[in-house]
Write a protein of this length. Structure first.
Length: 134
């Protein structure tokens, strides 16, 4: 009898943690997904103003307009164009004012590309402060 109660409790704890993780991704995806999609589509369209629309000031300074062609050629050269709306968030890590999201997405030359975006909330605004592709 005790063993059944213990197994039931462990199962409920695991289920609760799973639901919390999925709902955390879901809530974050509501605001993060459109921002990430915009960056990826802006690279496809070679649209710098769209690309930096949700960037924090430091990231804008790191990737000025004259460096944007390097970003485009790096991503398109390695992976081809991003297949719109193909990304799927698989991880969220929230620490203080910083949120890191990880995705798998499809590109013309590679079926699965992993990438992450880092967001920071300051003055009630969420901005992209970094990103990386694997």
């Amino acid at each position: 009898m005790r063993k059944i109660k213990f197994i039931t409790i462990i199962t409920l704890v695991i289920l609760s943690l799973s639901v919390a993780l999925v709902s955390g991704c879901g809530k974050t995806a509501q605001w993060a997904d459109p921002m990430v999609e915009n960056v990826l589509v802006s690279v496809n369209n070679e649209d710098y103003s769209g690309f930096i629309k949700d960037f924090g000031d430091n990231l804008i300074n790191e990737i000025p307009q004259d460096k944007f062609p390097d970003v485009i050629s790096g991503l398109k050269g390695d992976f081809g164009k991003y297949i719109e709306n193909s990304k799927k968030m698989f991880s969220v890590n929230i620490s203080n004012n910083e949120t890191t999201t990880e995705y798998n997405g499809k590109f013309e030359n590679k079926d699965t590309v992993q990438f992450k975006f880092i967001f920071e909330k300051t003055n009630n605004q969420i901005k992209i402060t970094g990103f990386a592709f694997k």
